[in-house]
Design a protein around this ligand. Structure first.
Ligand SMILES: *Cc1c(COP(=O)(O)O)cnc(C)c1O
Length: 397
């Protein structure tokens, strides 16, 4: 009997009941705007910022409208100007170079390794070309952060972390998002917490955070923030920074607070699913499992493996065979962008130079989401299907 998987790779869990109840309270009182509060009321958005700052051991947190907005705001706060260059990963998703383009700057792409992390040798070689690195922890893979920070500190490069796939992850004992001057997060449906849209910025730098808060559209109400720098930090900044509205609202914040509370439980559940897949695919001829160093405490909301140096047609055959059995593998190899997967050479506004190492990886990497609606048995079944179909194609050659 041929086993077929019938689950949906895009179906997340429902919002926790506590979040639904809190959302209904906000809807009932009608004060959705973060600065619309009753006397003595602290807005859900402000409370969310306090919760997330505490969860990440950060001094300051700002909740915003999206992850992309968070990244562009971080770059602006750092003074990145039109025409400036910003280092970033060649292997990432479109909102990352998009945030660089948003401030009129130009991405300088850095190659990716077989571990799916930024190539630190290539970074060291290019570090003199820019003053800022927008580091994407793409698909939750974290590079050697000690070495990366060494390279960047030596070269005077400021680091902004894109933690869209690493909310709740650590390198060593430090949270992802706490190495750079800013950590940026997305609360979009496919990330680790789900409010449809939304994002966070965290930082310990009072001046940078004051800039971000004023830019986010705080008018002169920055005093109503609690996970914010002291008043003095705003004295000049409030005259200097433009209002570029991108606020979070109380409805989303209400939905998110109970999710931040259970973030690490969810992380364990994701990682249980990841291990089942990883175990099921170990030692499959032709397939490379991604190396995960012991310092990396990941939150595996997705799963990747490599079919290194396979012919494109064989990869297409694997994808079709898996799809026929209900397993959707995403591939970064095709020339034309599909769905959420575009790659650096599709971002033509950035005029990217050819990147041979990255091309080899993009042509090899298979990617799938791991929603928590999948059971461990589902993951074992998915692994059996992938293993069988890869073996079939591998043996026919
Ligand atoms: C989703 C995502 C973002 C940005 O998130 P939005 O909230 O959709 O703007 C940034 N980086 C990566 C790698 C992402 O996947």
């Amino acid at each position: 009997m041929t086993e077929i998987f019938t689950g949906s790779f895009t179906q997340q869990e429902p919002i926790p009941q506590k979040g639904i109840d809190a959302a209904l309270r906000v809807l009932n009182h009608g004060r959705l705007h973060r600065y619309n509060t009753a006397p003595d009321e602290v807005a859900e958005t402000t409370l969310l910022e306090v919760d997330f700052a505490r969860a990440m051991d950060a001094k300051y947190c700002l909740a915003v409208a999206s992850g992309g907005y968070a990244m562009a705001t971080a770059l602006r706060a750092l003074g990145v100007k039109p025409g400036d260059k910003v280092l970033s990963n060649a292997f990432t998703l479109a909102p990352v170079p998009g945030a660089i383009a948003n401030v009129g700057a130009v991405p300088v792409f850095v190659e990716v390794t077989e571990d799916l992390t930024i190539d630190l040798d290539d970074l060291a070689a290019k570090a003199d070309q820019a003053q800022v690195l927008l580091l994407s922890h793409m698909r939750g893979h974290i590079c050697d952060m000690d070495r990366l920070m060494g390279i960047c500190n030596n070269a005077g490069v400021k680091v902004v972390e894109d933690c869209a796939h690493t909310m709740g992850a650590k390198w060593g004992d430090t949270w992802s998002g706490r190495f750079g001057v800013f950590g940026c997060y997305s609360c979009q449906t496919y990330k680790h917490v789900n409010s449809g849209e939304g994002g966070f910025l965290i930082s310990d730098d009072p001046d940078l955070m004051a800039r971000a808060i004023v830019m986010s559209g705080s008018y002169m109400m920055y005093g109503r923030h609690e996970a914010a720098p002291p008043f003095e930090a705003f004295q000049d900044v409030r005259y200097q920074m433009p209002n570029m509205s991108g606020r979070m609202d109380n409805l989303r914040a209400a939905i998110l607070r109970p999710q931040i509370e259970i973030l690490m439980q969810q992380a364990d559940r994701w990682n249980d699913r990841y291990s089942v897949l990883e175990d099921g695919l170990q030692n499959t001829p032709g397939l490379t499992v991604i190396r995960r160093p012991p310092q990396e405490k990941y939150v595996a909301s997705s799963f990747q493996f490599l079919l290194l140096d396979w012919a494109a047609n064989d990869i297409r055959e694997v994808i079709t065979r898996c799809l026929n059995r209900g397993v959707e593998l995403k591939w970064f190899g095709p020339d034309e962008p599909v769905g959420f997967t575009s790659k650096y050479d599709s971002w033509r506004y950035a005029n990217p130079a050819p990147m041979p190492k990255t091309d080899r990886i993009l042509n090899s990497v298979m990617d799938m989401r791991l929603p928590l609606t999948f059971s461990l048995d589902d993951c074992a079944l998915i692994a059996r299907i992938i293993r069988a179909e890869i073996s079939a194609v591998w043996q026919s050659h």
